[in-house]
Design a protein around this ligand. Structure first.
Ligand code: ASP
Ligand code: MG
Length: 412
């Protein structure tokens, strides 16, 4: 029997009525002859609430207990989804991560999946069960503790199950009906893409188009699992969504596929650091150890052997970055005049596999920003994306201007 993975995000399981609507979609696939593995998120808002409780009690918490707390939201929805399916006379049961088990490493709060044991679920399918409902976002460490996979991790659970069980496809049900050229809340002319390449989606996901967790896309690309993003809200669903797939399966040719943004960025500058070998390592090794996700990096031209080093990271990691850098300075391993943080910046990026074979994309981007009077603070590029750091108050304007400049409202 063909296997299908269906993942329901927080808004698709937000209350019993939403769970019912989602369960109906599962029942339909069962009727169509599929055996289904359902992966559920916690009810919308639940994980944030749990994280809030943890932070209130212990700002520098024991990550094992953080995971014990924040993984619990998914346990509730897994059980409720199984109950709802049983009410619809679909043979279903729930699994928590440790019961499968889905094994991870010990990196609490951002654990990596090592292995999914299939035997227990396969045995139940063989007995006539049609739906395995699995709590997303969680796993079991080698030490026997509960781990979580990082925020948005249920997407990664879903793709991992699709790969492990050889599923036809991994359908991700969310509150949007697909992947758009940009965020429709910011740009009314945003258009839904029928297809998008894994690599483009990877850039869009990591750039803050919060549709899919980045690691889920990495995994889908590695195992070539087609992922469909669609909505569980019947009213707006035409059933198609966006297929995230291999580049070779995309016919339309376009230079830029999307404009992404990331609102909560911060820019940190270390002024007057020595310009000598080893200085970048002295700065970025402690940041890495502190778990700071450094994104853009610029080193100025040096004057009299000293230079400024600027980097960006998510705004909520600024305290960790400051602590780490002040600690190396106190230990005498790094010398700088000042560490300043600008928390009023945002990142805007254009992404497209077509950039590989087209010149002039950067020029067009910079011209569009200039026409709006937007100043660029930092620029980075890769083969298929160009990103700029700008003042946060211009972020919406920049996204709209770039969407227009690359004519993304028109189908490729
Ligand atoms: N509930 C978790 C979160 O909000 C995992 C997920 O929904 O993917 O991050
Ligand atoms: Mg999500």
């Amino acid at each position: 029997m063909a296997r299908l993975v269906m993942k329901f995000g927080g808004t698709s399981v937000a209350d019993p009525a939403r769970i019912r609507a989602s369960a109906r979609k599962v029942a339909r696939e069962v009727e169509a002859g599929h055996d289904v593995i359902v992966i559920v998120s916690a009810m919308a808002g639940r994980t944030n609430e749990l994280v809030g409780f943890v932070n209130e009690i212990a700002p520098f918490y024991d990550a094992r207990e953080y995971d014990a707390v924040v993984s619990s939201g998914e346990n509730v929805t897994a059980g409720l989804m199984a109950l709802m399916l049983q009410q619809m006379e679909v043979p279903a049961r729930s699994w928590q991560g440790w019961q499968v088990p889905l094994r991870t490493n010990s990196a609490h709060g951002a654990a990596r999946i090592m292995d999914i044991e299939r035997d227990a679920i396969e045995a139940k399918f063989a007995e006539g069960m049609r739906v395995a409902v699995v709590a997303g976002f969680q796993g079991l460490s080698p030490e026997g503790r509960i781990t979580t996979l990082g925020r948005g991790g249920s997407d990664t659970t879903a793709v991992a199950f699709a790969a492990a069980f050889g599923a036809l496809r991994c359908d991700i049900y969310t509150d949007v009906d697909g992947v758009y050229t940009t965020d429709p809340r910011i740009c009314a002319r945003a258009r839904r893409l029928d297809r998008i390449a894994f690599e483009e989606m990877l850039e869009l996901a990591s750039l803050g188009a919060k549709v899919l967790q980045t690691r889920s896309v990495e995994l889908a690309m590695r195992y070539n699992v087609p992922v469909r993003v669609l909505t569980s809200f019947e009213e707006t669903d035409d059933g198609s969504g966006t297929l995230v797939c291999g580049e070779e399966e995309i016919m339309e040719s376009r230079v830029v596929s999307g404009v992404a943004y990331s609102r909560d960025e911060a820019k940190l500058t270390l002024s007057s650091v020595a310009d000598r070998p080893g200085i970048a390592a002295a700065i970025f090794e402690p940041l890495a150890e502190a778990g700071v996700n450094v994104d853009m990096i610029v080193q100025n031209i040096s004057e009299e052997g000293r230079t400024d080093m600027t980097f960006s990271c998510p705004i909520d990691q600024v305290p960790h970055a400051e602590r780490a850098l002040n600690a190396v300075r106190e230990a005498g391993n790094l010398n700088f005049a000042e560490l300043s943080a600008n928390t009023e910046v945002a990142k805007v990026s254009v992404v497209g596999i077509g950039m590989r074979s087209h010149a002039g994309v950067a020029a067009r981007m910079f011209r569009a920003l200039y026409d709006e009077g937007i100043n660029i603070k930092v620029i980075t590029t890769s083969e298929i994306k160009i990103s700029v750091l700008i003042e946060r108050k211009y972020m919406e304007l920049a996204v709209q201007a770039l969407h227009d400049a690359f004519e993304l409202e028109k189908a490729g």
